[in-house]
Design a protein around this ligand. Structure first.
Ligand SMILES: Cc1ncc(COP(=O)(O)O)c(C=O)c1O
Length: 358
């Protein structure tokens, strides 16, 4: 049993990167991929990504519509900075990943937060009410921190709103391979009405346990990709050449790894749900995807009080307000840790939060 401080705060898979990807990196380094790489990305990787997206989503994606980035963090930053002007408004359904609002502000744009439905799905009425004066809406599906997976119908309706108002949609689908209970994952890439309005952001970090390798990619209209490339070059220069060759191996190599991670996260997600769903004073919508659970309380504790109490019991979690104003009264836990650590962390968390307000 773990005895020290337990961190359920970080979204980093605990499993090692699959062996064939590591081997591809070694081969790439020995083969001389040790110099500056092409700026928008390794040409073979860009082609493979265009082919992969075309085959997966039944769309015709071409080379110039793909930009390889320094993790999806840089994909998000470079596309948002390339698309937004100071004073633009960016619609952000929240709670959601905090980087979107940070980047919007960095671009001089204004984040416009809208809450979600009671089960953390898109509130399309609110989105439509703000769409006419927003340039972009940013969605995260499956959603960090809530675990919601937006349905195809929600995305179809969002597509109709974006088409009506000419609003861009940035869809961050970092956790697309991690869904539970047979939930169907629908990508914004599959929505015809979004074809002209979509910036699609993806990463190797979560699916392939490659957070430390720092590689992601973006697909959008070639003009957005060209502008994003200018921003990306300015901040990041060229990407690690050998890592891009390893990413090629991830993309084209064996896929049995995916069923392994799905089984692992499903088991851990079930541990979380059974520990917390009926815990007195706590509430939880079972996550439909990701490796996060968003845990609320009905005792009137603030997000920061919850996080502090939990820390006093030896567990680190994130206060829900990091993810937007609607995260008040919640904490986010990450279940990307070994089962025994998770079980111990959940027990401490229950003990911390079942005490009632001081
Ligand atoms: C929703 C989401 N998008 C993007 C990222 C950034 O990932 P990376 O920069 O490692 O690709 C994260 C990381 O936690 C995330 O949760």
């Amino acid at each position: 049993m773990p005895t020290g401080l337990i961190s359920l705060a970080i979204g980093d898979p605990d499993m090692p990167t699959p062996g064939h990807i590591v081997e591809a990196l070694e081969v790439a380094i020995r083969s001389g991929y040790t110099h500056y790489a092409d700026r928008p990305g390794d040409p073979e990787l860009r082609s493979a990504l265009a082919e992969h997206l075309s085959a997966r989503f039944g769309r015709h994606v071409v080379f110039d519509e793909v930009l390889v980035t320094q993790g999806s963090s840089a994909g998000l930053a470079s596309t948002m900075l390339a698309s937004l002007n100071p004073g633009d408004r960016v619609l952000i359904p929240e709670p959601t990943y905090s980087l979107y609002a940070d980047i919007a502000r960095f671009a001089g744009a204004e984040p416009v937060f809208v809450g979600q439905t009671s089960n953390f799905h898109l509130d399309l009425d609110q989105i439509e009410a703000h769409a006419s004066d927003c340039k972009m809406v940013v969605i995260c599906t499956p959603c960090n921190p809530t675990g919601a997976v937006y349905t195809r119908d929600e995305l179809l309706n969002l597509g109709a709103i974006c088409a009506k108002f000419g609003m861009l949609v940035l869809s961050d689908e970092a956790y697309d391979q991690i869904v539970f209970d047979g939930t169907e994952f629908a990508s914004a890439m599959e929505i015809p009405a979004l074809q002209e309005h979509l910036v699609y952001c993806q990463t190797f970090s979560k699916t392939y346990a490659m957070t430390g390798w720092r590689l992601g990619y973006v697909h959008a209209d070639a003009r957005i990709v060209a502008a994003a490339n200018t921003v990306h070059q300015t901040f990041n220069g060229s990407l690690n050449a050998a890592v891009q060759r390893a990413a090629l191996a991830a993309l084209t190599g064996p896929m049995d790894w995916l069923s392994t991670i799905r089984r692992t996260y499903q088991r851990r997600r079930d541990l979380v749900v059974s520990a917390l769903r009926d815990a007195p004073g706590l509430n939880l919508h079972p996550p439909e995807g990701t490796f996060y659970a968003f845990v609320g309380n009905d005792k009137g504790l603030s997000a920061s009080e919850m996080a502090h109490r939990v820390q006093d019991h030896g567990v680190l979690v994130r206060p829900g307000t990091e993810f937007g104003p609607s995260g008040e009264g919640f904490v986010r836990i990450s279940f990307s840790v070994a089962d025994e650590i998770l079980v111990q962390g959940l027990e401490r968390l229950r003990n911390a939060l079942e005490l009632g307000p001081t």
